[in-house]
Each structure stands twice: as C-alpha cells, then as structure tokens.
Design a protein around this ligand. Structure first.
Ligand SMILES: *[C@@H]1O[C@H](CO)[C@@H](O)[C@H](O)[C@H]1NC(C)=O
Ligand SMILES: *[C@@H]1O[C@H](CO)[C@@H](O)[C@H](O)[C@H]1NC(C)=O
Length: 271
C-alpha cells in the first residue's frame, strides 16, 4: 500500500509539474453536475492585479470574452455574451477567490477552453495566463460510497436520462439522481443511461458491515464507539480509584486515631 501511495503521489507531482510547465490543465465534470475551475496563474510579485479576464473560444474572428472581474470597480463578476454562453445563475465567483469560477448544472456546451488573462495596475508586459480545458462527460455513475449500511452514489445523465434498477424498473433522471441501496431487495446492477442511450453500469450492494472499510463511515462509527466506551471505562476506573483511596485514607486515619489511643503495650505486642 505505501508503494501504491508513493506512485500515486509521484504521478500527481508529475502532472502538477507538467501543468505548471504548460500553464494549463484539464478539469473534468459531469453533465448536470458542478465543477470548480481553479485557475492558478503565477502572479507577478508585488504587482497589484487590475483585471481578471476569462476568455472562452467562440469561433474564429469572434470576441472570446467570457467574464471579467475588476476588484477596484465592482465585487460582481461581469459576464459577456450570456445569451450564447448561457451561464446566468450557473456561474459563481467570490471576490476572496478571485481566480476561481464555480460552474453548476453543467451542459455539454460548457465544454471548451477557458483562459484567464491577468493584467496589472502598473505593469505593461506579457500578461499572466492560465488555461483550463473543461471536459463535460455525457454520463457519470460514481463509485458508490458506504454510508451506514447503504451504498450511495449519483447517476448523472442530463435531461431525460434513465436509471434502470435490478428489478427491471426504469426511472426518469432529470439532470442527476441520487441512488441509495440499503437492503438486499434493492441490491444488484443499476444502469445509468443518458437520452442518447449511453449507459454505465454499477453494482450496488447493501453493506454487510463485516468488510469494514478503513475510509468508510461505518468504520469511523466503530472507532468513535470504541473511543467513547474507552473514555467511559477510564472515568469509571478513576472514580472507583478516588473513592477507594478516600475510603482507605479514612480507614487509615481512623486506624491511626484508634492506634494512638491504644496503649503502647499493644503496640509492642504487635511489633
Ligand atoms: C451543485 O451546486 C448547487 C448549488 O450549490 C446545488 O444545489 C446542487 O445540489 C449541486 N449539484 C450536485 C450534483 O451536487
Ligand atoms: C452484475 O454485473 C456483473 C458484471 O457485468 C455480472 O458479473 C453480475 O452477474 C451481475 N449481477 C447481477 C445480480 O445481475
């Protein structure tokens, strides 16, 4: 397991290095899901940022402007060509995270290259850039998580998707649907399909509890119960010890008192 962790770590380092070298990265989201686009431009030291401008490719000879944030002018993100980008009420930006965009309820048309261009107050030169290639997957069926004795996952299909349950029933999915399997009856293979008929299958099983996962919440619950019992036992032991010592002390002082009042001859006999 440590070797696996190390290799995962090295792979991450490799991709981060690659991303830094190229000033760009790929961000993947699910249709109807949410995505965080964290742009990581290498800001110039000691220079005040004037504008954060995001461009999105719209086609040749077209103004690529997508959005702008100018902290000295407004705390609001300005969105361009919204009738075309259709991100109203789906695009969120917080001034305290100036280079990050949150996009909700993803559409296929969001899949595009986004470039953040930073310009500075007292600096004219090459602007700082960071590119995100946003990919939007047509169907997503996440690996289930164990929550108590339930297997929980989300099926993302966009509009008019279909979730097929093991008993053969079909449920319509508008955007995405949370799927929860908590008993044997509903356990089995679930199929998550978009309107175009692309499907992903996932086996969802009621958790038996005997294969306690190290990262599952049932494992944590077990550990918490263990800690609580341990603390309780420690408190009981401490109380018993205090009471015991107190009693013994009283006994002892009583004995000493009695002893001091008895004759020394008795003491000699005892000795
Ligand atoms: C996406 O974010 C919105 C707003 O924060 C939230 O209501 C919605 O449940 C999120 N969607 C998913 C799939 O988590
Ligand atoms: C679920 O799918 C897997 C792989 O496709 C298959 O081996 C298994 O038999 C299926 N289980 C049920 C209950 O149909």
């Amino acid at each position: 397991m440590p070797i696996r962790n190390i290799s995962v770590y090295l792979t991450l380092v490799f991709f981060v290095t690659l991303a830094f070298a190229q000033n760009r990265e790929i961000v993947t989201g699910c249709i109807a899901g949410n995505v965080t686009m964290q742009f990581k431009p290498a800001l110039l030291d000691g220079k005040e940022v004037k504008t954060y401008v995001w461009n999105k490719v719209r086609g040749v000879n077209k103004d690529p402007s997508f959005a702008k944030f100018e902290p000295s002018v407004s705390s609001q993100l300005e969105i361009y060509f919204n009738e075309e980008h259709k991100v109203q009420n789906r695009l969120f930006h917080y001034p305290e995270e100036p280079a990050t965009l949150y996009l909700t309820n993803l559409r296929k048309s969001d899949q595009q290259q986004y470039t953040l261009v930073i310009s500075y107050v007292d600096y004219v030169g090459t602007p700082t850039e960071w590119i995100i290639d946003l990919q939007v997957q047509d169907v997503c069926f996440e690996k289930p998580k164990e929550v108590g004795k339930c297997a929980v996952t989300t099926c993302y299909t966009g509009d008019n998707g279909v979730l097929k349950t093991p008993d053969g029933a079909k449920q319509t999915v508008m955007g995405y649907k949370l799927v929860k399997v908590c008993d044997d009856k509903t356990s089995g293979n679930y199929s998550c399909c978009n309107a175009a008929g692309t499907c992903l299958v996932q086996a969802l099983q009621e958790s038996t509890g005997d294969n306690m996962p190290s990262d599952g919440s049932s494992g944590n619950t077990g550990m918490i119960v263990g800690i609580v019992i341990g603390v309780l036992l420690a408190v009981i032991a401490a109380v018993v010890a205090v009471v015991f010592i107190k009693n013994r002390r009283e006994e002892l002082s009583h004995a000493l008192f009695v002893f001091s009042r008895t004759s020394s001859s008795r003491f000699c006999k005892l000795g």
